[in-house]
Design a protein around this ligand. Sequence first.
Ligand code: NDP
Ligand code: GDP
Length: 341
Amino acid sequence: MKKALITGIRGQDGAYLAKLLLEMGYEVYGADRRSSDSSYWRLEKLKIKDKVKIIYMDLLEESNVFEVIKENKFDEIYNLAAQSFVHASFKQPLLTSNVNALGVLRILEAIRLFSKDSKFYQASTSELFGKVQEIPQKETTPFYPRSPYGVSKLFAHWITVNYREAYGMFNTCGILFNHESPLRSIEFITKKVVNSVCMVKKGMLESFKVGNIWAKRDWGYAPEYVYGMYLMMQHDYPDDFVLATGETHSVKELIEKAFQCVGIEIKWEEKNNRIVAVDNKGFIRVETDPEFFRPSEVDLLVGDYSKAKKVLGWEPKTKFDKLIEIMVEEELKDLEMLKVK
Ligand code: NDP
Ligand code: GDP
């Protein structure tokens, strides 16, 4: 039986990947940094909480990382842990860099010294492309990160590649474009919009605020992306792969689609120098607010996944419209449950 370690087990991808690996017959260990909040709601939602072996491991604590990797000799290590929110990285750049950049080096050193046969997956990101140098973006597109998050992930990406080349380690980087699901954290725009729109629909919220509605992203469906991670680790040799849908949509389109899903018509207007979305009864439902803008923005992301398709046989099945429909449907169910409770 193969033994896998997933860091970031409490996160969106950690939960979906754990489910997938359990289905594949793996013994799954989940690294948790330990907090006062003992809920594992994502694992519980996927009904796998009792099947994942939780290990305490904080990427900030070198001896902790060394000990866990030395003692367990995992076949595969998926590093999904991160301070993953771009906006927060502007407020906490040092913490973000310590976890996202040096944290990866701590794991790599532990593997190099104590468990050289462990395969390693690093969660790289389309944020590396930032101010894009090419459209669409692929593995060979030059990087130009636009946030402390992006820069920290750039270090992580290159140190992973460097350890592969210097020490012959099986290190793979998945350059994943945004991927979403009902398990996404509420601070990210898809979940925030879907949750807010559903609350408006149910009369639980009057309106909500967002930042830059012109930003465009390539949004895919998270369960399909963790399958891509798994495929990368089964490949004959370690390499870097883009996973994306090849479509791009703006935050404005996202808001329109979510309202359409719940049957509310909106139109955009300008009021007091702010853009607002008004419903057909004249109520303001969405407002832009400078609080949610970033000091420097990634304007447009759209990925070319042809290498993953050709080499791994990976392809996205769920595109933008379907993704938002899935998220809205699940959100409405969750809000119903809240009401019942
Ligand atoms: P989440 O934010 O949902 O999960 C990240 C996890 O990392 C959380 O469980 C968090 O723990 C954990 N973590 C944070 N700091 C530490 C630390 N010091 N030590 C140990 N664990 C820590 O992210 P996703 O699941 O969405 O993403 C997974 C990975 O993929 C991340 O690295 C992200 O940057 C990257 N990525 C994600 C994309 C996406 O669209 N989802 C796109 C491209 C890359 P806690 O629960 O305690 O806060
Ligand atoms: P990111 O691509 O990793 O930064 O994912 P996010 O979901 O956090 O943001 C995607 C895009 O939505 C970015 O360009 C944001 O600037 C934009 N955006 C606009 N309004 C908001 C908001 O209220 N919250 C978030 N998280 N993003 C917003």
